[in-house]
Design a protein around this ligand. Structure first.
Ligand code: FE2
Length: 288
């Protein structure tokens, strides 16, 4: 029951050139032009990230993948039984997303647009990165993870457990932060939710994480970011819970992008834990 993985993210932006520089020169993603928009490929899927030029910067949608039409129909029914309005999307949007079946809804907890789909288009040619990287750890683990601030943390966690099919991985509480990490496959967390605050508004995407196949990809990427003057927000370090070695940069749209390597996976003997700090080492805020 529930979603299988984070499939894609689509963004609108006023800063196409800056985004292109970031995704192509730093992250080595493969651009595919489409009517002014750009789809970015990072693995066998047709694309995982879409940039569309617009007059505002926004996270247009995140897309959750399910394994079959039946699984999709079951989740739609569960959402509707909870009073969530679900729209079955037509051929135009299916063609843009490159999926067999597609529906959308507004998350009653985060407040953002989300899509559910099955049957993503897979390309028969290898991913051709824009720079020399070993590639991205995706497959059944999906695109990566997203972290959102929410107004009602307890109710949001319950919604993602009871409706969307996530399970709790662990918790971290530190300083004035309160975070719950949740999985829907073997990736340690595909979604994390944090209590909102005065400068961290509910519904905003805090960051997207993509995971490299080698730490050298991350290291070379870090040097490129520094050389190109892209703002680093958190220096390289290792997380306490998923052991991801990563750094964080600020994207042209304002939210952060975490470039990571080496995250542990959820296994059959998984035990939920509660940590008092997000890092084992490093991960210092820039300027601290
Ligand atoms: Fe993260």
């Amino acid at each position: 029951m529930g979603v299988d993985s984070l499939g894609y993210i689509a963004l609108t932006t006023t800063k196409m050139d800056e985004w292109r520089t970031l995704l192509e020169r730093v992250f080595g993603m493969e651009p595919r032009m489409r009517d002014g928009a750009i789809d970015y490929r990072i693995d066998g899927y047709h694309h995982r990230i879409t940039l569309t030029p617009d007059t505002t910067d926004s996270v247009e949608v995140i897309g959750w993948e399910l394994g079959s039409s039946e699984a999709l129909a079951t989740l739609v029914k569960i959402l509707q039984d909870r009073g969530v309005a679900v729209t079955m999307e037509g051929a135009d949007l299916r063609a843009r997303r490159k999926v067999k079946e597609l529906c959308s809804f507004t998350c009653p907890m985060i407040g953002n647009r989300q899509e559910l789909y099955y049957g993503p288009l897979i390309s028969n040619t290898p991913f051709a990165p824009s720079r020399g990287i070993s590639g991205y750890k995706t497959g059944t683990l999906g695109l990566g993870h997203v972290v959102y601030w929410v107004k009602d943390l307890a109710a949001s966690v319950k919604f993602y457990q009871d409706v969307m099919g996530f399970a709790i991985s662990d918790y971290i509480a530190w300083d004035n932060n309160d975070a719950v990490f949740m999985h829907c496959n073997r990736r340690h967390h595909t979604l994390a939710l944090m209590q909102d605050g005065p400068n961290t508004p509910a519904g905003a995407l805090m960051h997207l994480m993509v995971e490299a196949n080698s730490y050298d990809d991350v290291g070379y990427g870090y040097d490129l970011v520094r050389d190109m003057g892209i703002p680093v927000m958190i220096e390289p370090g290792k997380h306490s819970n998923d052991h991801m070695q990563s750094f964080y940069l600020q994207t042209p749209s304002g939210f952060w992008l975490e470039y990571g390597y080496g995250g542990i996976e959820i296994g059959p003997d998984w035990q939920v834990r509660n940590y008092d700090a997000p890092m084992l080492w490093g991960h210092r805020f820039v300027g601290s």
